[in-house]
Design a protein around this ligand. Sequence first.
Ligand code: NAP
Length: 341
Amino acid sequence: MKAATITRSGGPEVIEVRDYPDPVPGPDEISIKVFAAGVNFADILARRGLYPDAPKPPVVVGYEVAGTILKTGKNVSRKPGERVLALTRFHGYSEIVVVKEEQVFRVPDNLTLSQAAAIPVNYLTAWQLSEMGGLGKDDVLLVHNAGGGVGLAALDIARHRGAKTIGTASASKHERLLDRGYNHVIDYRTENWTERVREITGGRGVDLVFDPLGGASWKNSYRVLAPSGRLGMFGVSEVTTSRLAGPLKYLSVMRRLPFYTPIQLMNGNKGVYGVNIGRLWNEKKKVRRWAEAILAGAGEGWISPHIDAAFKLEEAADAHRYIEERKNFGKIILLPNANEE
Ligand SMILES: NC(=O)c1ccc[n+]([C@@H]2O[C@H](COP(=O)([O-])OP(=O)(O)OC[C@H]3O[C@@H](n4cnc5c(N)ncnc54)[C@H](OP(=O)(O)O)[C@@H]3O)[C@@H](O)[C@H]2O)c1
């Protein structure tokens, strides 16, 4: 089988399609013929050598897939041919993946396999941010990177819970964000977004912020919290813009990290929390419960992943470029078996 492989740290050109033996499922495992594999910002950080949780190259990355079951181990109750989605701890950019049965979920009939591949990382992250932040009716939620996969997932959840939404994104995405349901949009790259948030909220600030930018952005997001507001931090996209080399890029983010003291938090009536879904592998029951709630929402229609573009396996480098050039609106997927059709 073939898999798009990060051969060394570097630009998109370091990704090559390589041949591997077909993986064989063990007794509690399932092999999946991958129709669609999600591309995530973490894959780009891994390719650039900026993601400490990823194995060293050469490595096949990819946290999520959807496809059909090929083979099952002797202890597995699912049957070949079933449409499934799965969380994969790497190896998603492959024609075939093997995962434990506990990482596999049935795809609701009303979702395409491409949409199903867009669910695990983006929606579980947005769900965890919403749960930990206590997102509720009439809350005003500010989402940075609103046009990314997590940003659109957060919108589905916020709308379902009756919250109001403000999204920040590059200007080219604003019309589509409003069409999809964001109440307000801000271009965080050219506008003074903290002032705009104050204007929009009549000076009060927001109840909740989802912030994947890091550094100075976390400071400003904290400042725009209304009393009883909560800030959920879940990424450091800013790290890629530093001019320093390799892991030194983190210095630019670390230098501008905010410092929240318990007394400040108490007297400000504010809360801060962090989310890293990639480090919740030991909370299997909780993650499974969240995933089942999300898939039930997909079945009911209020969870509706948006696929912006699909690339063949040999175009994985183009998929990375597309995201790094900030062109994506929602999810980007790879189609590992596209050449077969
Ligand atoms: N902690 C977790 O568990 C977890 C899980 C999933 C994602 N994340 C993090 O959340 C963030 C968004 O993830 P996603 O999957 O929604 O992203 P995505 O779909 O890949 O979105 C990429 C978008 O991010 C924006 N962006 C902001 N800073 C950027 C930069 N320096 N370079 C390129 N693009 C930049 C761009 O849109 P605009 O310019 O329009 O904003 C770009 O189109 C990433 O930092 C990711 O690592 C964390």
